[in-house]
Design a protein around this ligand. Sequence first.
Ligand SMILES: [Fe+2]
Ligand SMILES: [Fe+2]
Length: 192
Amino acid sequence: MNESQENSRPSTVLRDEHQVILRVINILERLVGRAEAGQGFESDAFAQCVSFFQLFADACHHAKEEDLLFPVLESRGIPREGGPIGVMLYEHTVARGHVKEMGEALEGVSNDGQAAQERFCAEAHHYISLLRQHIQKEDNILFSMGDQMMTQDDQNKLCSQFCEVGCRAFGGKQKEELAAIADDLESKWGDA
Ligand SMILES: [Fe+2]
Ligand SMILES: [Fe+2]
């Protein structure tokens, strides 16, 4: 496979998106650590993280895996039930639940104060650890298996479908605008 084919692989697009997701997860972890150390609960930054997870990680990224990649992998023999695709789908559902809980906890912070903050931090810890190991499994196992099993035609078709999804808006925002949330959060809360 030459370099341009390598760059246009669907798995490369998804792996790149994983890196953006991990950057926001790192900031979330840092901010949760600050909140738990009594250094302040950054509601606005947490709301940015939740919106990023809903729109970039879920509506854009997980949807591409679920609607486009996984069905092709299944057609090439990677099992869904009792196999890696089933596990990935289950983890997406669990992740969605944690994001929903984080969003609801944030909404309750003004009334519920400490309890809502603690609920937010607990859900965030679950989400952080789930997504990190989920991404590791996709990057190191599932995507490598998929690249070996898919035909060049599968790869090309997925690439154009990914491009089409990449041009959509999610919650009124383009993919690039959502990815810029990671830059924004890092500029405020990343390493100095
Ligand atoms: Fe996934
Ligand atoms: Fe993924």
